[in-house]
Design a protein around this ligand. Sequence first.
Ligand SMILES: *Cc1c(COP(=O)(O)O)cnc(C)c1O
Length: 467
Amino acid sequence: MEYVSTRGSAPALDFEGATLAGLASDGGLYVPREWPRFSADEIAAMAGLPYAQLAARIMQPFVGQCLTPQRLQELTTQAYGRFAHKAVTPLRQLDEQHWLLELFHGPTLAFKDVALQLLGLLFEEFLGRGGDPLTIVGATSGDTGSAAIDAVAGRERVDIFMLHPKGRVSDVQRRQMTTVLAPNVHNIAVEGATFDDAQAMVKRMFGDRAMTGRFAIGAVNSINWARLMAQVVYYFAAALQLGGPRRKVAFAVPTGNFGDVFAGYVAAQMGLPIERLIVATNVNDILYRALTSGDYSAGTVTPTAAPSMDIQVSSNFERLLFDVGGRDGLALAAQMAGFEATRAMQLTNRQREGAAKLFTSARADADEMAHAIRWAHDRAGELLDPHTAIGLHAARESRIDPAVPVVTLATAHPAKFRDAVERATGQRPGLPARIGDLFEREERMVDLPGDYDAIAAYVAAHAVPRG
Ligand SMILES: *Cc1c(COP(=O)(O)O)cnc(C)c1O
């Protein structure tokens, strides 16, 4: 399988190249040249496979010649062996129509582990073949950072520099990053920055020749294709359990950078019958506005109880615009340049109509989020984290045909956001045993000003150069 850039001028790469590169050199994102497709019979035959085998089956066409089927399955078995639930991503029923897909049984309690545990192994595999040592630079609103650090801590030939907006991640999220003391882990608290500011600095570093010439810079944000690929698997796993492919299923997805829900779109392109993908946002609602009125314009970020959704610029939306807009990379590059200059753009009619075939959107404010937490607690005895609650609110708002099961992606364990859950329900979720002594461990991080040059200088002083 070959990967092409959404902006049409970077060289095509194979899976290994796209995994190590992250962002394309023209500022675009890598996408497969075409979508592999499974027939309904092929999908039906996947029912009952253990998760790691299902994962290898679904990912093989994307990986192509870069890993043998046997090696791929060894890696998925190792990655998903670290999950605390045998089903890896179990389903739970809330009522006649609504289900939760629990994606938080990995080591750092959010769905990011599903992709990053595998990505850490893929890095190790590909770096072991030679080439330059890898310098991972990422920005996190909380969950990506901890999952990525867990996935690469102590691994050979890779350093990770993780930027988080100082004071804007929860205590659990911060400690999950800063208590990892492996020497290849570098936590940077960026002063006076939002997540979008931190992400913009990371993107700038990918385009900074002074940095990319000296260091092989890699990405763990969901701009990395391999992450989205790994997330496609649980859409298949859930649908197969609920009667797919013969029966359609809808999914409600708490959305920030549009990575998780884009994986659902990929599942649909691969042949999985999906009724609707419901894009759930909080009051930071650029995606809601884009999908309902075509207005993709960034406002200012409002901090909420669901920080992983406090995003105004959704990187992966570009992948959707590319695919539904006719895959014209140069036209999209011009459209994105306009957005980068003005922080606003209008979707073309073709993009709007293409997106509307599968996507709808709903947004939740703080009251609606708290109400959804209480509803799930009172009706089904489930404690939801704030992100999941926003997804459930959107699922219930969207008036899907009652015969169609609606699966809300439970993206984080409630203990990761204990204060918000306690405010809504009066119950404080306990930390699972696997991270029990988090609050006793030593922390290590540096504070840096929200200034690109300071951050680039820090990375340059601590990373291992090429060659
Ligand atoms: C990252 C994250 C999201 C948003 O996922 P995207 O792929 O960025 O849309 C939602 N909920 C939680 C808990 C997250 O960590």
